[in-house]
Design a protein around this ligand. Structure first.
Ligand code: RP5
Length: 163
C-alpha cells in the first residue's frame, strides 16, 4: 500500500530559510501530518514557483505554507496563482529583523488573501498548527491529535516558576 500524497506543502525561498521553516515541518510531524518540503523562490526560480502554485491543487495539496525573507513576495505570488489557503511566514532577515518580510507578506490587496504569521520560528510553528487545524475540520482523528497536542502544552505550564 502506498502512502497518501501529502496535503500540506512547506515551501521557502532559500535554503537559508530552512532552520526557521523546519519548525513547521516538526509540528506537522508531531501531529502525523505528511508534508512536501520544497525550495521555491519567487525571484530566483519564478518558473518553478508558477509551476508549483498552478499545479498545487491538482497535486492533491490542501494547504500551502510559504516562508520568505526580505522582499518576501513568495506567499503572495503563490496565493495569486492558487485558490488553496496560503499561510505566509516572514523570515527574520539580517538587515531589518524580519519587518521587511512581514510587511511584504501582510499587506495584500483585497481579493488575494494570504494568511500572515509572526516573524520567525513562532510563525513557522503556528503555520504548521494552523495547517493542521484547517485539515482537522474534515478529519476527526487529526482533531483528536491536535486537541491532545494542545492539552500537553497546557499541562507543561507550571503554576509557579521553578528554580
Ligand atoms: C529570500 O531571500 C529568501 O526567502 C531568503 O529569506 C532571503 C535571502 O536568501 P539567501 O540570500 O540567503 O539565499 O528570497
Amino acid at each position: 500500500m502506498t502512502a497518501a500524497a501529502p496535503k500540506v506543502a512547506i515551501v521557502m525561498g532559500s535554503q537559508s530559510d530552512w532552520p526557521t521553516m523546519q519548525c513547521a515541518a516538526k509540528v506537522l510531524e508531531e501531529l502525523e501530518v505528511a508534508s512536501d518540503v520544497r525550495i521555491v523562490s519567487a525571484h530566483r526560480t519564478p518558473d518553478r514557483m508558477a509551476d508549483f502554485a498552478k499545479g498545487a491543487a491538482d497535486q492533491g495539496l490542501s494547504v500551502i505554507i510559504a516562508g520568505a525573507g526580505g522582499a518576501a513576495h513568495l506567499p503572495g505570488m503563490i496565493a495569486a496563482m492558487t485558490h488553496l489557503p496560503v499561510l505566509g511566514v516572514p523570515i527574520q532577515s539580517k538587515a531589518l529583523s524580519g519587518m521587511d518580510s512581514l510587511l511584504s507578506i501582510v499587506q495584500m490587496p483585497a481579493g488575494v488573501p494570504t494568511g500572515t504569521l509572526a516573524i520567525g520560528e513562532a510563525g513557522a510553528t503556528n503555520a504548521g498548527l494552523l495547517a493542521a487545524s484547517i485539515l482537522a475540520t474534515s478529519d476527526p482523528a487529526l482533531t483528536a491529535r491536535l486537541k491532545a497536542w494542545r492539552a500537553a502544552r497546557s499541562d507543561a505550564v507550571t503554576e509557579r516558576p521553578v528554580e
